[in-house]
Write a protein that binds this ligand. Structure first.
Ligand code: PRP
Ligand code: URA
Length: 209
């Protein structure tokens, strides 16, 4: 079973509250999703490999380091995962971006794939799959299937709010993939929405109702 990281950071907790509130504007919502994504990515790279090299400062030589993962790829699950991309690129500006489009059938809750475009070097990269909501876990599990089909081997999942049902399904289908989430909620309602959650993440990021 992969590692499951749940943030306990006060800054992240306060941002989750912004996301939950139904009075939060679209702009504030996007900002909080983006900032949380950057902070989750920061946590995910805590034990990242480093290359060392000499750097010349105006005062002399110093030992410098750079992340070994030069060719990371982030894969947002459309639509809502797209809201997480800017925050990740703030931390990893050279990161590639692959796109997977999925929506849940509202009755069956089964994800329907409608788009997939992944960089050719996905198999050589650390792949960061993103979606704000891990509800039943079906969308994230299917997205990781697509990444693996493209050759992806080192994969992590970043989500903002996870439900226990989603963690359970995802971990059993992909025990080799670590999950980083900002918050673990109580469960799902009878329409497959996370409670208390934040509502429909895609609608709130894109201003559709
Ligand atoms: C939402 C969310 C996830 C999925 C999570 O997308 O962004 O992709 O549901 O649910 P699951 O864990 O039960 O699969 P949605 O289907 O609403 O599509 P959208 O992002 O285009 O609005
Ligand atoms: N998708 C969402 O956008 N929100 C949920 O609570 C569950 C799935």
């Amino acid at each position: 079973m992969g590692k499951i990281f749940v943030s306990d950071h006060p800054v992240v907790k306060s941002m989750i509250t912004v996301l939950r509130s139904e009075t939060t504007s679209v702009g504030e919502f996007r900002r909080a999703i983006s900032d949380i994504s950057m902070l989750l990515c920061y946590e995910a790279f805590r034990n990242a490999g480093l290359d060392t090299f000499e750097v010349k400062t105006p005062m002399g030589m110093a030992e410098g380091v750079a992340l070994s993962d030069k060719m990371a790829v982030t894969v947002p699950i459309l639509r809502a995962g797209l809201g997480m991309t800017e925050g990740i690129l703030r931390l990893l500006p050279d990161c590639g971006v692959g796109l997977v489009g999925m929506y849940r059938n509202e009755e069956t809750l089964i994800p329907v794939e409608y788009y997939c475009k992944l960089p050719s070097y996905t198999g050589q990269s650390l792949v960061i799959v993103t979606d704000p909501m891990l509800a039943t876990g079906g969308s994230a599990s299917d997205a990781v299937d697509l990444v693996k089909k493209k050759g992806g081997k080192r994969i992590i999942l970043l989500c903002v709010i996870a439900a226990p049902e989603g963690i359970e399904k995802f971990s059993s289908r992909h025990p080799d993939v670590d999950i980083y989430c900002a918050c673990l909620d109580g469960g799902l309602n009878d329409r497959g929405y996370i409670v208390p959650g934040l509502g429909d993440a895609g609608d709130r990021i894109f201003g559709t109702v």
